[in-house]
Write a protein that binds this ligand. Sequence first.
Ligand code: ADP
Length: 249
Amino acid sequence: MQIVSVENLSIRYNSTDVFSGVTLAFNAGDYVALAGPNGSGKSTLIKAMLGLIEPAAGSVRIFGASPAGFTDWQRVGYIPQRLVSFSPYFPATVKEVVSMGLLSGKKFPKRLSSKDSAAIDRALSLMDIAALKDKKIGELSGGQQQRVIIARAVINEPELLILDEPTTAVDPETREKFFGVIGALNKSNGTTVILITHDTGSAGKYASKLLYFDRRVVFFGTFKDFCESPNMAEYFGPGSQHLICHRHD
Ligand code: ADP
């Protein structure tokens, strides 16, 4: 089943094409690393898929609907790259911040049920922050705040999770934990994951498919196919090709 697809998609800012004629589809259960140089259109592609940018031409389908007509946004989780840094005086506790992930999908009255409280506890222990539940978020370290943001994004068990890889301000342990949790969601829940990454060297350790985008689809397929592709050997040079594919130990 296709979760998101674009057909012949063209995006233009101020009459300049960022890309044109892009066609691709992400299937249920895919764990896609989306890589490419800075300014190559990765975020723009994601924004178009989420209906945040209007296509100049072509079409987008998300869960079978056009983004404009799609209303089930709690099926989609998004973790931004740049974390909001909470002021030490921000009044909300960890539990309250994570519960916002649930409330955003609710109609009024926005109250938490006991089922919701159980879901909050599950998300907190998944991220190893159960002990921080009643702490003010602004008093936590950057790495701990990151875990809270991830807990908030996964609490609804979204079917599609889009992440901008956090590259800065995250300690190695949180980073490993982050990839561990995302990988587990993908495997056990079948969550479709799109991970925008700047780290082509390690994406292959986690993801099952690579989309290499540079204002066009340079490559989209499994890491194994990437590794065996003569075109990619030519494009990247054989050394970099195998550094990226991570299929050799
Ligand atoms: P990436 O995510 O791969 O770094 P982006 O999608 O952010 O790339 O940007 C692709 C291109 O579109 C870049 O040349 C960027 O300068 C341009 N761009 C991005 N957002 C805007 C905008 N809001 N207005 C005009 N140009 C933009």
